[in-house]
Design a protein around this ligand. Sequence first.
Ligand SMILES: Cc1cc2nc3c(=O)[nH]c(=O)nc-3n(C[C@H](O)[C@H](O)[C@H](O)COP(=O)(O)OP(=O)(O)OC[C@H]3O[C@@H](n4cnc5c(N)ncnc54)[C@H](O)[C@@H]3O)c2cc1C
Length: 276
Amino acid sequence: MPATRERADVSAPTPPAAAAPTRAAPRAPLPWRRALVVDAVAETPHARSLVLDVPGWPGHRPGQHVDVRLTADDGYQAQRSYSIASPPEAAGAAGRVVLTVERLEDGEVSPYLAGELRPGDPLELRGPIGGHFVWDVSLGGPLLLVAGGSGVVPLMAMLRHRAAAGGGPPARLLYSTRTLDEALYRDELATLAAGDDALAVVHTLTRAAPPGWSGYRRRIDGAMLAAVAFPPAERPHVFVCGPTPMVEAAASALVELGHDPARVKTERFGPSGPAA
Ligand SMILES: Cc1cc2nc3c(=O)[nH]c(=O)nc-3n(C[C@H](O)[C@H](O)[C@H](O)COP(=O)(O)OP(=O)(O)OC[C@H]3O[C@@H](n4cnc5c(N)ncnc54)[C@H](O)[C@@H]3O)c2cc1C
């Protein structure tokens, strides 16, 4: 079964930081690497973070992803993309990389990654991939992040990097999930925001809310974005990630509010039933 892929450049290596030559030389294909699972951490009832050591890892930028390839005993292979949740600062000498995978009950690959892989197991991956959906503190701000479901993963790498860099520009995360229990990194996000006046984290819940919930209780829309986002005049860098319908609705609403389309970067994780 082919992987869910929404972007034409997903297998292209990261462009070098230096100015691109006028005629780009053909790029060598990214090598597959054999990673080792060193830990598997439950994030929610349906999602796990896989802590991997990747020998030879070349480093990455916040927002990039990897391709993961599974090979069955009979040689059948399945390949999917997963964003890198960890910041570049965490890679260290071991090439440590963290992925967070949400289990889709009828999925081919995610139930294995989110449920069956164990510490000590090997995992094949290649990356880092993607040069468009990336942000680091050198790009400045303000930084507006809009996530649905597991779409928060690459945005978390940006926030973790921002924290590791000692703060950085003002940042806001608007995060939509069906319930609060499905929100990834909930405690860590709350801790980051509590210790940083320049960071705001706003949740919206689309299905059920806990007793006493006073936050948003609907899908992300224009009115919500108008209330939460930095004004377009501040020219924020905007990153929107999640299920396809949510990404398209949020990006359209941001442009209607007056945000520069060139500064609204999107990443679609694939098809979805109800938008988160
Ligand atoms: C650049 C990129 C980064 C990604 N990063 C992450 C990540 O960090 N964490 C993560 O959990 N996933 C991420 N994904 C999604 C991931 O690649 C897989 O699509 C997902 O894990 C489903 O794979 P599967 O084999 O389990 O499901 P499949 O067997 O491919 O599909 C099973 C069913 O689910 C539907 N479906 C497929 N993908 C999705 C989806 N994303 N959301 C809802 N329904 C879907 C299919 O239409 C099908 O009905 C990313 C996708 C892309 C393109």
